[in-house]
Design a protein around this ligand. Structure first.
Ligand code: 1HN
Length: 348
């Protein structure tokens, strides 16, 4: 036995005895616990809506929304198969509701957001109020709020779902409950929360009925788009972020949701951003136009409704030949609240 192997053998024998008592040597795992910088387990990826849509319609013929509870095709990061994750901390999926169907009322501690993709007449009810979801609308289901969906027009309706499920799983804080009926009771007229909270005015004693989540649950695309176009006319785009505006909780000016940040980036025709990276993992979806991206070194030309992910700390950059609008969401707000959020802005 050489000196070296005998040392190793002695150490291994020690580690084995540690394991028997449910202990382990830190020095054997320290490098993995403390990398010099983040190395996301997620990979950059893109889902083409042209691939998703026919499969989604097949799912529509296979089972009803009620049978499924939620008829959704989960967008699985190829590096995280079987985990229902688009990024390390975010779940994403494409949900389909056919005319006349109902996705029955339930509530859960994970928060959900929707980005509307297609179909006239999609309805969601949240906390006793209904809203019509139109293409490009950003719609929120706060943690523990009752919600049910329907399609009341003649079209199949589809949207992108984003949930903080992987984060809630990690924290082991998941609860779920079914409502005692298919649809929840409606107790407020359509537009009530927008009137109270979404018009640059607030009730004299404003409080969100949803705790840390914004009291507005539909941010209509029409308004977001108009704001971005007007903002683009007023100043040159940011070198790294083009023209980006974030969805805000009017009660405190913070992000609209406590666990997911959402914003929209407008790329004026011909604009190209310089590379940027940040610790949050981002899910993006083209609202309008066509966006060429480089995400973690991978090139994707994103068409309308395509979804892509940029893992945390992966470089990203964007270019558009014509005026384009990109919806984005990430776990940035969690990083920020924990004092962990970092970004690096690269040279053009
Ligand atoms: C959920 O409640 C919905 O309400 C969609 O539409 C997707 C994925 C995981 C857990 C709950 C919805 C979901 C979900």
């Amino acid at each position: 036995m050489t000196m070296q192997t005998s040392t190793e053998a002695v150490r291994q024998e020690f580690y084995d005895r540690l394991a028997e008592k449910d202990m382990a040597p830190l020095w054997a795992v320290l490098k993995g616990l403390l990398p010099n910088e983040p190395r996301s387990k997620a990979r950059p990826h893109r889902w083409r809506y042209d691939d998703v849509r026919p499969l989604m319609m097949e799912a529509g013929a296979l089972l009803t929304a009620e049978e499924a509870e939620r008829r959704v095709l989960v967008l699985e990061n190829p590096a995280l198969k079987g985990m229902s994750r688009a990024t390390a901390t975010i779940y994403a999926g494409i949900q389909l509701i056919l005319p006349g169907e109902t996705a029955p009322a339930h509530r859960h501690s994970p928060s959900a957001l929707r980005f509307m993709l297609e179909g006239e007449g999609a309805i969601t009810a949240v906390g006793g109020e209904r809203t019509v979801m139109r293409r490009g609308d950003f719609v929120i289901t706060p943690s523990w709020a009752w919600h049910d969906h329907g399609a009341e027009g003649n079209d199949p309706c589809a949207w992108l779902d984003g949930l903080d499920v992987p984060l809630v799983q990690f924290l082991e804080a998941g609860f779920n409950e079914h409502y005692n009926d298919k649809n929840q009771a409606i107790i407020r007229p359509d537009g009530d929360s927008m009137a109270r909270f979404g018009m640059n005015m607030l009730p004299m004693r404003a409080q969100s009925p949803y705790g840390l989540t914004t009291p507005i649950f539909n941010y209509p695309y029409e308004r977001s788009r108009a704001a971005l176009v007007a903002a683009a006319a007023g100043a040159a785009p940011d070198k790294h972020e083009a023209v980006s505006l974030r969805y805000v909780n009017p009660l405190d000016g913070g992000w609209a949701m406590p666990t997911m940040s959402a914003w929209m980036m407008h790329l004026p025709a011909g604009f190209e951003t310089a590379p940027i990276r940040s610790t949050d993992g981002i899910v993006m979806c083209v609202a309008e136009g066509r966006v060429s991206t480089e995400l973690g070194g991978e090139r994707y030309d994103l068409e309308e409704r395509d979804v892509a992910v940029a893992p945390g700390w992966a470089w990203r950059r964007f270019r558009a030949e014509r005026d384009s609008f990109l919806f984005c969401f990430s776990d940035r707000v969690v990083h920020e609240k924990l004092g962990l959020w970092r970004e690096e802005r690269g040279a053009a």
